[in-house]
Every structure is written in C-alpha cells, then in structure tokens.
Design a protein around this ligand. Sequence first.
Ligand SMILES: *Cc1c(COP(=O)(O)O)cnc(C)c1O
Length: 405
Amino acid sequence: MGKLAINGGIPLLNAETGVHPLVWPIRDQVTAQHLLDVYFSGKWSFNSETEQKFEEEFAAAHDAKYGIYMANGTVTLQCALDALGIGAGDEVIVPGLTWVATAMSAYYLGAKVVFADIDPETMTLSPEAFENAITPKTKAVIPVHLYGSMADLEKIIAIADKHGIAVIEDCAHMHGGKWAGKGAGSWGKVGSFSFQQSKTIASGEGGICLTNDEKLAELIYRCKHIGYSRFEKQGAASSKPPQGMPCYNFRGLAFTAQILRDQLPGMNERLAIYQKFYDILAKETADIEGFRLQKTGRLATFQGFYATCMFFEGPRWEKIPAKRISEAIHAEGASIYCQNYGPVKDHLLFNMRPGEYSWPEDGAPNTYHVWNRSLVFPHQEMFDLEFAPRLASVIRKISDNISEL
Ligand SMILES: *Cc1c(COP(=O)(O)O)cnc(C)c1O
C-alpha cells in the first residue's frame, strides 16, 4: 500500500477540507424581483432600455465607448468580423488553443482559419507565431485572453498595425481585466465577450461587442439586428445595410441583460478574490520542482480569471499523463474540475474540411505541450481561499511521492 490515496493511502482532505466552490451561477431575490419587473414591462427584446443600459455600463467598465449586446459570444465574434468586411478569400489568424467558437466564427463567414501557436507560459497567442502566419490575405487576428492570462496586446497590436490587420480580442474569459490600466476589449478594433453560464459574469447565454469606433458599432448593430440601424425601430427602417453584408437575427434578451446588470457591480470584488487565491497557491507551491501556474498577463494591471492552469513539467513529471495526476489529486479529496480545451483541430466538435483551415507547419508544439502538461482550475473554485493552501499541500504530497505514479 502506497502513501498516495490513489494507491490506497489515507486521503489528505475530507468533505470539510475539500473545495467549496462559489454556488454558480449567482442567484438572489433582488435579481428575481428585477426579472419580474422586466417581465411585466413587456419590453423583452428589440434594443430594450434594459439592454441599452447594460451596454453602457459594461462598455464603461472596460473603457470602451460602445457596446452592442447580443445572443452569445460566438455571434459577437462573427459580427465583429462581418462588420470589418471579412469573408471568402480572406484569412483570419486564431491561436491553436481556444474554444472552437473562436475559429468557427471566421469559418461561418467563409474566411480561411489560420492557426498559430501559443506562448507556453501565458497559453495565449504567441506574437512571433502570429507574425510568421501572416500572408497577403490576412485580414484579421483574434488573440484570445485565455483562462487567467491576457494575450500580449501591445506586441500583437504593433505587429497587426504594421501589416494593416484588424485585431479582434476574444474576451470570453476576460471580463474586468485591465491591460496597462485600460479595459480588455478596448484595445483591438472590437472586443468580444460571452456571458454563457460558466463565464465570469453569466446569464445563461449572451454576448457583447465593445468598440471605440462609431462606424463599426453601427455595422455590428446592423449585423445582429437583421440590418436595422441602431436607433431605428423594428419595422420602421429608414436606411439600408451595406450591400452584400450578411445580417442576422442575433438579438439578445432584456432578461439576460438584467441579470448581467445586477452581476456587474460585484465582479471586481470576485476577481480580486481569484487573484488572492492565485497568489496563495503560487507562493505555497513555489519550491515544488516542475510545478507552476499559468503566467498572468505581462502588462495586466488587473487580471481577469475565468480559470487558471496548473502545470506539471520537466523530467520529474513528463512521463506521468496529466489525467493520472488529476486522478491522484481527486483521490486526495480535492475534487477539482480539470478539463482543458486542447488543440482546436483535435476537438471532437471541430469539423472543418482540409483546406478550410491551416495548422502550423511545425505542428504547434507549445499548444500540445500545454495540452499535455496542464490542468484547468475554474474561477468558482478560486473563490474558496481556505482551499488554496490545502490544494498546495495535496500537490506537495503527490510531488513527494511521485515515484508511486
Ligand atoms: C465561451 C467562449 C466563446 C463563445 O461563447 P458562447 O457564448 O458560448 O458562444 C468564445 N471564445 C471563448 C474562448 C470561449 O470560452
């Protein structure tokens, strides 16, 4: 019998000392009452006042001028690309590690998706790999602020500007994040956020585009609302959308906007707790050989967290599959969520045909390294600050008895 619980040893934690995640999604009586008010107002869609207020509040919180609310955080990416005129014959650069939606948004418009490798420390688009993937057909790049880090906006925007490429930030994980003091989503031409149930603020479904460009805001609005201009009434169009620009019904609802209006004021306080969790875990594990956390954004002055990632690397760990490590952690009583997205092209839901996308010639080694060596730790679990040092002791116990794995 070994020392590790996975081999029959005594688990380090129990039900009481194990993780106690924040009950998610947040629910309370105040929002329940607000939802009733929206219900009886009868103003459920069509650019309702509730939506407009949320757009203003969310844009202001991220230092952007305009917000365009819609149905989810995939169509926000699609509308951003659409408003920038991207379509068949164009190429869009996307990191090899992200949720499939980032890549699919370009595919829906007929553009070719060009994957580029990531930085192994932050897990976000590598500026060098991005620059190497540029061709005369490249029209846009979508850096993703993944889990608990921000893509290197400064370097990526400098490269994009040099080549005349539009930057769309995928901020589905980066609500509240600030890069050099300025909000995530306000750096690129457009910032796209998702409010899907698991995200850092959540309304089941929902998404928003942020931009500082009035013309783009208008085009994005037309894209999500069948072609109507921003303040035209449904059924009373007085101007046409640009010829050939695909326009859809991607409208969001007042109900979900109301939930988000109520969640927004508490967001930064939660993010500060997540940062504390990160700091405790990093400090308590600093001397464990081959263990590290995902690096936060180089110039992040306030880091957003959808999750963070734990890495097990180097000669000590490299032969032990991440899945086995996750099982050992669970056996010790730390029943944490561990699922990583993995390389987009290998995702079960990824179904583009050859030629509709390209994968880096070098195989994107960093994307695979990260996939093989990291475990994800979601934000709701980072809310439990007492758990942080206990998780550190679980990792230490496994490290001390590594030969048992
Ligand atoms: C969740 C997510 C999206 C899309 O959001 P939906 O609202 O689920 O459509 C896009 N990009 C990333 C990185 C995401 O995690």
